[in-house]
Design a protein around this ligand. Structure first.
Ligand code: NAD
Ligand code: ZN
Length: 344
């Protein structure tokens, strides 16, 4: 089968000719229909420190945001069957550690990630544990399904605290920030303000339901947000940029007693934040990682099946696996939101 991945150390990717994998006990074989490119795939493409530390075995088929049809099930598989159309939870939890046993699989201590620690989704076929195949109803358009994985990050960030009636600032409207705008709206947020330094992406955030958009390179975020909220500031910040400067400037406009959902990953582990302001203003910070398995998938499925969230504006580009160079370069230039590989 044809696949895309890393055959040699160094920047770039290669088309790999691999054997069709066999599902072992408790596993399912999926014929991949659609797979989308995640920001972490860009790290693998660039072969930065993060990618080098996570991908130790080569060749490795990469990619994880995916959807397709179950075509074979291994011994003992009961919850999905041949013919089911499924989305894929990327995080493979051990099921045995303390966190897994108390219902927190999303923070499993022995987590394995598809497309990093085992072969992934940029391929004609992939094998995943039965538990990771999430059956989706026909009401959800087939090409939205790979986006359910990053949308789950948005859902968990939006629902980290009380969002109902809250004025919300979404910082960074990449795919996840843009989806968070729609999710916050669906869950009853009041004014939704979105910031990004990329006007193409801000325009999509508006289509996703942002009431106001601000480009911090053109407008001063603090005065714009204070005007919009009549001097109160926002109740909630959803930090989805991974830019420490963006986090700090948004903390200037959070109202006393507000909360911050932190999803964005920073380039370095330690960043400066005004800690005394956070304490004195009684701000709650929530670190968000992954998706809750599998209550988040229930929420994501419901939002999409009822069309309370429409993902069409997010899918800006489509590609074949062969045209991966063009797909990755469009994304790296910030000229795309989500690029989907049409595989099956
Ligand atoms: P992305 O990189 O596509 O989006 C980030 C956006 O932030 C971009 O559109 C960028 O233009 C914008 N940005 C940069 N500087 C800014 C500034 N000063 N002000 C406002 N916006 C600014 O990423 P994504 O795929 O949408 O993911 C969002 C973030 O979440 C990333 O940092 C990613 O690494 C992280 N992430 C975390 C988890 C987790 O489990 N915690 C999972 C997935 C992604
Ligand atoms: Zn575990």
């Amino acid at each position: 089968m044809k696949a895309l991945g890393k055959a040699k150390r160094g920047p770039g990717l290669q088309i790999i000719e691999a054997d069709v994998p066999k599902p072992g006990p408790g596993q399912v074989l999926i014929k991949v229909k659609y797979a989308s490119i995640c920001g972490s795939d860009l790290h693998i493409y660039k072969w930065d420190e993060f990618a080098q530390s996570e991908i130790t075995e080569l060749p490795r088929i990469i990619g994880h945001e995916s959807a397709g049809e179950v075509i074979e099930v291994g011994e003992g598989v009961e919850s999905v069957k041949k013919g089911d159309y499924v989305g894929v939870e990327t995080h493979i939890a051990c099921g045995k550690c303390y966190q897994c046993r108390i219902g927190k699989k999303h923070v499993c201590r022995n987590l394995k990630i598809l497309g990093f620690h085992m072969d992934g989704a940029f391929a004609e076929y992939m094998v995943v544990p039965e538990e990771n195949a999430w059956k989706v109803p026909d009401e959800i358009p087939k090409d939205w399904v790979p986006l359910m994985e990053p949308m789950g990050n948005a859902v968990d960030t939006v629902l980290a605290g009380d969002i109902t009636g809250a004025d919300v600032l979404v910082v960074g409207t990449g795919p996840i920030g843009a989806m968070a705008v729609a999710v916050a709206k669906a869950y009853g947020a009041s004014k939704i303000i979105a910031t990004d330094i990329n006007d193409f992406r801000l325009k999509i955030a508006k289509q996703m339901g942002a009431d106001y958009t601000i480009n911090p390179e053109i407008e001063v975020v603090k005065s714009a947000v204070m005007d919009i909220t009549n001097g109160k500031g926002v109740d909630v910040i959803l930090e989805m940029s991974g830019n420490p400067y963006a986090l700090n400037s948004s903390l200037e406009v959070i109202t006393n007693g507000g909360w911050v959902g932190l999803l964005g990953i920073y380039g370095k582990n330690t960043i400066d934040v005004p800690m005394n302001n956070i304490i004195m203003k009684n701000i709650t910070l929530y670190g968000i990682t992954g998706r809750r398995m599998f209550s988040t998938w229930v929420k994501t499925t419901s939002l999409l099946a009822t069309k309370r969230v429409n993902l069409s504006p997010i899918i800006t580009h489509r590609s074949s696996l062969d045209e991966y160079e063009q797909a990755f370069s469009t994304l790296m230039q910030g000229a795309a939101m989500k690029v989907i590989f049409e595989i099956g």
